[in-house]
Design a protein around this ligand. Structure first.
Ligand code: NAI
Length: 350
């Protein structure tokens, strides 16, 4: 049975059905306290509508926390566009979603998430201006923000991971540091390239084995099957695929000292943060390290600065992670709970 009280702090949840196109979507608005509820749209096939709702609720709350700690003038929201076999993603479906978003009058701003591309954002933009992550037109101005946020997310994850390595291992940079990367998509691939360039020794995995093999060849990384990556012996594990990978079943088998990666909602439950702490594994909170993409998306949406300004904001992730890890240490609290507490203070929630 769906546990509504566990999600009793959302401002609004909208459910959309468009009979003509088959568009079915949920848009959850967690908070608009700091600005429009910003967060991407996920296109995914869910087991049932309850699973889609729970995902939208969890992801939108995560966006509130992420945007608040990134210092953005944005609240948190998220859309899920439900994948239906009878109605595959199409321009009419994306346009219908654009109209739905437009009907919210700017309270929600969308962008890419898993399963959505910058071309999809262009189609959505036919019906609403409350969309970001649009392709950058031409190369007239190389510093213009926009496009795929993945590489910006990777910049932030790299810096957040560096703060965690400094905090736990007392080391500057990645020379000789062993990092296991799960998922080599838009973020994981860019992250692996940056880590390799800085001297890290990589072990990588992707369910797309050809993709893993290609990248491993390029970076001289070791490849392992996807089912082995979470238990690989390394200094750092970087989850860059799907959420909920850190849980009661996987945590006992982890073989790293640090976790820092891009995936949203890496902990299946908040108490998994305590489990990691009990095993003395340092967890760099996901939404703090993976804020680079939304920082880029919001700069584009608000017309607020060029790529240099975006990078200047992303650079702050390193100190922010360092501060959260230090505060969690001094107060004896799990790092995820420390970050949640700071974020809730920032959005005016107790
Ligand atoms: P993507 O879809 O480009 O890449 C995901 C990759 O993970 C794919 O290569 C896929 O084959 C692989 N994968 C899926 N399940 C796997 C498994 N069990 N084991 C190994 N590999 C697996 O996604 P993207 O954009 O790189 O995002 C990765 C994660 O980071 C997602 O959880 C996303 O929500 C999160 N994130 C992404 C941001 C962005 O800017 N793209 C921003 C913030 C968070």
């Amino acid at each position: 049975v769906f546990d509504l009280p566990a999600f009793d702090d959302h401002e609004a949840v909208h459910i959309f059905n468009d009979e003509k196109t088959g568009m079915r979507a949920i848009i959850a608005i967690h908070s608009t306290h700091l600005g429009p509820a910003a967060g991407g749209c996920r296109y995914f096939q869910y087991a049932d509508s309850e699973a889609a709702l729970v995902d939208a609720l969890r992801l939108s709350r995560g966006m509130s926390y992420k945007n608040a700690l990134a210092g953005l003038p944005a609240g948190g929201g998220k859309a899920v566009l439900i994948k239906r076999n009878a109605f595959p993603k199409s321009e009419p479906i994306l346009e219908a979603l654009g109209s739905a978003i437009n009907g919210l009058g700017g309270r929600y701003v969308t962008a890419e998430d898993v399963g959505m591309t910058d071309e999809d954002m262009t189609v959505i933009s036919r019906r609403t201006r409350h969309v970001s992550g649009l392709p950058v037109a031409g190369d007239a101005d190389a510093k213009k923000v926009g496009g795929n946020p993945g590489p910006w997310t990777a910049e932030g994850v790299f810096l957040g991971m560096r703060a965690a390595v400094r905090h736990r291992l007392g080391r500057e940079g990645f020379k000789g540091i062993r990092v296991a990367v799960q998922g080599l998509g838009s973020v994981g691939r860019a992250l692996a390239q940056k880590l390799a360039a800085d001297g890290a020794r990589l072990t990588v995995a992707d369910i797309d084995e050809a993709r893993a093999a290609r990248l491993a060849g390029e970076l001289r990384a070791q490849v392992v099957p996807p089912e082995e990556i979470l238990a690989v012996e390394a200094d750092v594990l970087a989850p860059c695929a799907m959420g909920a990978v850190l849980n009661e079943a996987t945590i006992p088998d982890l073989n790293v000292q640090i976790i820092a990666g891009a995936a949203n909602n890496q902990l299946q439950r908040p108490e998994d943060g305590e489990r990691l702490k009990a095993r003395d594994i340092l967890y760099a909170p996901d939404y703090v390290v993976n804020a680079g993409g939304i920082i880029n998306v919001m700069a584009e949406y608000l017309g607020d600065g060029d790529t240099d300004a975006v990078m200047a904001r992303i650079v702050k992730i390193e100190d922010r992670v360092g501060e959260i890890l230090a505060r969690a240490d001094s107060e004896g609290e799990a790092t995820n709970l420390m970050a949640d507490r700071m974020a809730r203070e920032a959005i005016g929630r107790s």
